[in-house]
Design a protein. Structure first.
Length: 132
């Protein structure tokens, strides 16, 4: 049975897939801590930025490039949710090839995503999320 956090993530990504970025952003805490992997490098060191506007800019840039993300997998463990997203064509725009996929671990607090961490692959994301 999916957790409440899994259901929130699925609903937000479904709305985003329909072009409704606002529902996805409502799930994000204004003070989000976002650890990402710079797409310009094949083996990037994780970098961190803060705030919902940073994520909004990245999503708007993806939309301008006409890249559409599809939710492939959502798995929760406590306050963490592992998300696998496939974005056809994204590997053409980044040095690190990952089968057009992004692997994220979202950390929830009070019903919102307070932290988001990009991972290199499914195994790294599962480990970070504490999924056996």
């Amino acid at each position: 049975m999916p957790s409440e956090n899994e259901n929130l993530v699925r609903a937000a990504y479904e709305a985003y897939g329909r072009g409704d970025m606002s529902q996805l952003l409502e799930l994000i805490d204004p003070d989000l801590e976002w650890t990402y992997l710079d797409p310009a490098f094949e083996d990037p060191a994780p970098q961190t930025c803060h705030g919902r506007p940073e994520l909004q800019r990245a999503l708007a840039g993806q939309a301008r490039q006409r890249l559409v993300s599809q939710l492939e997998e959502v798995t929760a463990q406590g306050d963490k949710v592992m998300v696998v997203i496939r974005t056809p064509g994204i590997d053409q725009r980044r040095a690190r090839q990952a089968g057009d996929r992004n692997y994220l671990v979202l950390t929830f607090g009070q019903g919102r995503v307070v932290a988001m961490r990009a991972c290199r692959d499914r195994d790294e994301a599962r480990g970070f999320a504490g999924i056996g």
